[in-house]
Ligand binder design. Structure first.
Ligand code: AVW
Length: 249
């Protein structure tokens, strides 16, 4: 009897986990009109279900990207690296910029962990490999694929917030440096403007040598600019809608 009870409780917990993930996915998705969320969920699942969670290549998410196309938002696209909180603190309050996490797929999966298992058709949220446990893990491959798709549609003036409180604001191993910047093409992107977020104890700014690598990676024809902006100014601009987007920095 004890074993049966344990089995039932365990079974219910797993089922609940699975449906909880699916309902989070669907309810976040339904905030966006124009998408068939059931279809998007199906395309999402096929990427990792019934697979070893360390053997999900980036391309496994191609059908998902095709099902939930990113719309170009010229002059409003915002990229970031090691500045997630300050960027989203700002974009949450103002309409000036769109980040990956404001798009359908980015907002649906932001903060979530998921994976499949060989021989199972379920989605698990526990026991999934961490970001650097193996290269081709479910979550990491998704963010690389989604970031690539978001960068592919970048156009006009593009903005990126980098962190002035770390040694290498433009880090070659980051998604921004390794996946996004190489996909900006001069025929679509006019200028890349880096906003260097400066806190009290900043150790880098727009003169940082890592930005040299950035300008060297940029497709010829895309101009580059960089502005040191204090974190408090970014917060102020987020809080004051009367400041025009273009006057924030
Ligand atoms: P990031 P990126 N463990 O701030 O340039 C767990 O370094 O790479 O900026 N999660 C991780 C790890 C890790 N070691 N490293 C990265 N992540 C996840 C998409 C985590 O969710 C947007 F369009 C972290 O918050 C940006 O322009 C996120 O990756 C660009 O890619 C970003 O790590 C930011 O990627």
């Amino acid at each position: 009897i004890v074993i049966v009870i344990i089995a039932v409780v365990l079974g219910l917990t797993l089922r609940q986990n699975r449906s909880e993930f699916e309902s989070t996915f669907l309810s976040r998705c339904e905030k966006f009109n124009q998408y068939d969320c059931k279809k998007v969920w199906g395309a999402f699942q096929q990427a990792y279900v019934n697979k070893d969670p360390c053997k999900v290549p980036v391309e496994a998410y191609d059908p998902l990207i095709a099902a939930a196309l990113f719309k170009p938002q010229c002059n409003r696209m915002m990229f970031w690296s090691k500045t997630k909180d300050v960027v989203h603190g700002f974009t949450e309050k103002r309409d000036c910029f769109v980040t990956l996490e404001d798009t359908l797929l980015g907002s649906v999966l932001d903060g979530l962990t998921w994976c499949g298992k060989e021989g199972s058709k379920d989605t698990f949220t526990n026991g999934c490999p961490g970001w650097s446990d193996c290269e081709n893990n479910t979550v990491r491959s998704f963010w690389i694929r989604a970031s690539a798709a978001f960068a592919d549609v970048a156009c006009g003036d593009v903005t990126a917030m980098l962190n002035g409180s770390i040694n290498t604001p433009f880090n070659p191993t980051s998604i921004f440096a390794s996946v996004e910047v190489p996909r900006f093409i001069a025929s679509r992107v006019k200028n890349l403007n880096v906003v260097m977020v400066i806190q009290k104890n900043n150790i880098s700014n727009c003169t940082d040598p890592s930005l040299k690598n950035l300008t060297q990676t940029l497709d010829t024809g895309i101009t580059f600019s960089c502005k040191d902006v204090s974190e408090s100014r970014i917060q102020e601009c987020g809080a004051k809608p009367e400041i025009a987007c273009g006057a924030c920095w």
